[in-house]
Write a protein that binds this ligand. Structure first.
Ligand code: AMP
Length: 327
C-alpha cells in the first residue's frame, strides 16, 4: 500500500473550504492508503504564537479532524512536534540545501515582504522542514493544493540530491496528488473567489445555526437576471456552487430553472442554502464539542498517533544515519 503524508497548520478553526478542499479527500484516502496526517505545530512557529495559543489550537484542530471523520484506527494522526526524528532529518537535509535556492522560493519572498520584521531562519528553511515531514515516511504521495507546488518540487529535489550524493535510491520522489482531477475551490459568500481565513469570509464547522443563517443571508447578490438563460455573475455562481455541494440535485435544479426563467428569489435560495449547510455542519459541530470536552481521549489518540509515526520515522532515520556514515 502506498504511503501518503499530509499536514495542516493549526491556525484557527476549520471552515467549509478546508473541509471540501482537503479533509474530505483525507477521509477517503485513509481507506485506500497508508496515511500519516499531522498537525504542523512546528511550522506554525514561524509567526511566534504564544504558548497557550499553541496548546489551544492544537487540541481544537485535533478535535475537529476527528469530528470530520479522520479515523485514528485507519491512519496515524499526530502532532509534528511529537516526532523528533523529523528534526534530525531536517538538519541533514539543511546541510545539502543552498541559501540561493531557499531565497528563490515564492512563498518565502511573499512572507518576507508581508512580515519584513520577522524574516527568520525557520521561514527560510520551511521547504526543508516540509521535505523532512514527507521524506521521514518515504511518502509516495502528498495531497497538496496548487500553492504548495514549489515546496513539493523542493522536496523532490532534496530526495534526488540525497540519493545521488550517497549513490543509492533510498528516498522515493514524492508526487503531488489530488483525488479529483481538478482542485475544488470553495468560494466566499461575499462575492469573492475564495473562502479563506485571511479573506475573513469563512463559514466555520463550529459556527452555530444562527451564525450560519446570518452569514448566508448576508451573501452578496444582485438585482436578478434580466434576460432568460443568461450567464451567472460570480457572486450568484458562488451561491450555486454551494447549492451544488450541500443541497440536493432537486434543489439545485429548482433554483437553476428559476434563474433561467428570471423568477428567482434570492431570499428563498439563501434560506434553502442556510438550512442545507446547517444540516451538513450540525452533526460535525456536535462531535467537535464531544471530542473537545474529552481531553483524555484527545491525549490518548495523539499519543498513539505519535507512536505509530515515530516507529516508522525511527526506521527511516536509522537507515539515513547509516547511509550518511553515523555508524
Ligand atoms: P489553510 O487553512 O488556508 O491553511 O488551508 C488548509 C487546507 O485547506 C489546504 O489544503 C487548502 O487547499 C484547503 N483550503 C483552504 N481554503 C480552501 C477553499 N476556499 N477551497 C478549497 N480548499 C481550501
Amino acid at each position: 500500500m502506498e504511503t501518503v503524508v499530509s499536514g495542516i497548520r493549526p491556525t484557527g478553526n476549520l471552515h467549509l473550504g478546508n473541509y471540501f478542499g482537503a479533509l474530505k479527500s483525507f477521509i477517503q484516502m485513509q481507506n485506500e492508503y497508508n496515511c500519516y496526517f499531522f498537525i504542523a505545530d512546528w511550522h506554525s512557529m514561524t509567526t511566534h504564537p504564544k504558548p497557550g495559543d499553541i496548546q489551544r489550537s492544537a487540541n481544537t484542530i485535533l478535535a475537529e479532524y476527528l469530528a470530520c471523520g479522520i479515523d485514528p484506527s485507519k491512519c496515524a494522526i499526530y502532532f509534528q512536534s511529537d516526532v523528533k526524528e523529523v528534526l534530525e532529518l531536517y538538519l541533514y537535509l539543511n546541510m545539502n540545501t543552498y541559501l540561493g535556492e531557499l531565497e528563490r522560493v515564492t512563498s518565502f519572498k511573499d512572507k518576507a515582504r508581508k512580515q519584513p520584521n520577522n524574516v527568520n531562519a525557520g521561514l527560510l528553511t520551511y521547504p526543508t522542514l516540509m521535505a523532512a515531514d514527507i521524506l521521514i515516511h518515504k511518502a509516495a504521495k502528498v495531497p497538496v493544493g496548487k500553492d504548495q507546488e514549489q515546496n513539493m518540487e523542493m522536496a523532490r529535489k532534496f530526495a534526488r540530491r540525497f540519493n545521488s550524493f550517497y549513490e543509492n535510491d533510498f528516498f522515493p520522489e514524492p508526487a503531488s496528488f489530488s483525488l479529483s482531477n481538478k482542485a475544488i475551490k470553495i468560494p466566499g459568500l461575499d462575492g469573492s473567489g475564495k473562502m479563506g481565513k485571511s479573506e475573513g469570509n469563512c463559514i466555520y464547522l463550529i459556527d452555530d445555526d444562527k451564525t450560519i443563517q446570518k452569514k448566508v443571508m448576508k451573501a452578496v447578490t444582485d438585482a436578478g437576471p434580466q434576460t432568460p438563460n443568461s450567464e451567472k455573475p460570480e457572486s450568484i455562481q458562488n451561491l450555486f456552487t454551494f447549492l451544488d455541494i450541500v443541497s440536493s440535485k432537486e434543489a439545485y435544479n429548482f433554483y437553476d430553472e428559476k434563474w433561467n426563467d428570471c423568477s428567482i428569489r434570492y431570499g428563498d435560495l439563501k434560506k434553502q442554502l442556510a438550512q442545507d449547510i446547517i444540516a451538513f455542519t450540525s452533526p460535525i459541530r456536535e462531535r467537535i464539542m464531544e471530542y473537545s470536552a474529552n481531553t483524555e481521549l484527545l491525549k490518548k489518540i495523539a499519543k498513539e498517533g505519535a507512536e505509530k509515526s515515530q516507529e516508522n520515522a525511527a526506521k527511516t532515520l536509522a537507515e539515513v544515519r547509516h547511509i550518511i556514515g553515523f555508524r
